[in-house]
Design a protein around this ligand. Structure first.
Ligand code: ADP
Length: 333
């Protein structure tokens, strides 16, 4: 787990992170990022954003986006974000983000965004939907962080290249216009990358290889039972290799006895199906309180909307101050 720097005595350090409302939260989001969001609420001034502008690069139906944005807000609150200890808001409720993205784009060479691995991946995965926003996505991400001068960014390992680019962009801005933004530093949990149920690629909403932590127990069970395990273990009596088996690896987060479970696989005392059943039971049990809170929150949409509106309002003066400073430095009248 990454050690967090001590909070400065004078200016409180800010932490910022964003999550796309492009689908239901999955176990990779939680183990890789959301757990740190929750933890950091008590250590820093924490700002969390549901990045609907980013999601527009792949979600093209207005009603779907609106619904998913609401569901992601309810999910984050159910998983432990507390509006008294953090600020939760929707990116498009603070439209200054898109203005700052444009201004930062003017210090960003095209070659920097073209080399981003996520752009290359998306170009291959969705050749018929390569919109311009996919290319400039990391510049908007840099603007999201810079808007609040956040220095700590809790993210999964897949975001490292984007964070490096954010640092380069604020450095380029600071070089041209004078010291303005801190260089953001990413922090990871002990599981920066959770593999998907296919066992091949990172778990991701856009790939659809997820275990959706707040879904109905039947859905979770079916997703866990579909997980690819050790592909070399063909027969029940073959010894397994827990170090390459995603199911065994996930057990580490849902019980103290994971070494015993791994040993069962290694010695073929237990089969993959047994190990998956146990994992499904444990995941369902672990997230049961959050699932209850989620049901409660979705039954009171006004409460969720109120939290999001208050969050965006609370950030208005910070965003206004950043934009005034940036406009002044760049010569905008
Ligand atoms: P997705 O790829 O599922 O759309 P997002 O891009 O919304 O996820 O990511 C939200 C946060 O969750 C980011 O900090 C991201 O790094 C983290 N994250 C996403 N998938 C994983 C994963 N498989 N393992 C670890 N962290 C992840």
């Amino acid at each position: 787990m990454t050690a967090f720097p001590a909070r400065a005595a004078a200016a409180p350090l800010r932490t910022f992170s964003g999550i796309q409302p492009s689908g239901a939260p999955h176990i990779g989001n939680d183990l890789g990022a959301i757990r740190n969001y929750v933890r950091l609420q008590d250590e820093y001034e924490a700002i969390y954003c549901i990045v609907d502008y980013h999601a527009l690069t792949t979600v093209h139906e207005g009603e779907v986006l609106r619904q998913r944005t609401f569901e992601m807000a309810a999910s984050l609150l159910a998983l432990g974000l507390d509006p008294d200890r953090c600020t939760l808001f929707v990116q498009s409720h603070r439209p200054e983000h898109t203005e700052l993205a444009w201004l930062l784009a003017t210090v960003t060479p095209v070659s920097w965004v073209e080399r981003t691995p996520s752009f290359k991946e998306k170009r291959e995965a969705r050749p018929d939907d390569i919109n311009h926003a996919l290319l400039t996505y990391p510049v908007l991400q840099a603007a999201d962080i810079a808007m609040y001068k956040a220095s700590i960014v809790p993210v999964g390992g897949d975001q490292s290249a984007h964070l490096e680019l954010s640092r380069e962009i604020v450095r380029a801005f600071n070089r041209r216009y004078g010291e303005t933004f801190p260089e953001p530093r990413e922090v990871h949990t002990e599981t920066p990358v959770v593999m998907g149920t296919d066992g091949l690629r990172r778990m991701s909403k856009s790939i659809g290889n997820t275990i959706d932590i707040l879904a109905a127990p039947d859905v979770i069970r079916q997703q866990v039972m579909s997980m690819v395990t050790d592909t070399q273990r063909i027969k029940r009596t073959d010894p397994g290799r827990p170090e390459v088996c995603n199911v065994c690896q996930l057990h580490r987060f849902f019980g103290e006895d994971y070494l015993e479970i791994q040993d069962g696989e290694r010695t073929a005392r237990t089969g993959c199906v047994d190990t998956k059943r146990l994992l499904a039971d444990r995941i369902i049990r672990h997230y049961a309180p959050a699932r209850e809170r989620y049901a409660e929150l979705t039954g009171h949409p006004d409460r969720v909307e109120g939290i999001l509106e208050a969050g965006a309002d609370r950030l208005r003066p910070i965003a206004a101050a950043t934009m005034a400073e940036v406009r002044e430095k760049m010569g905008l009248r």
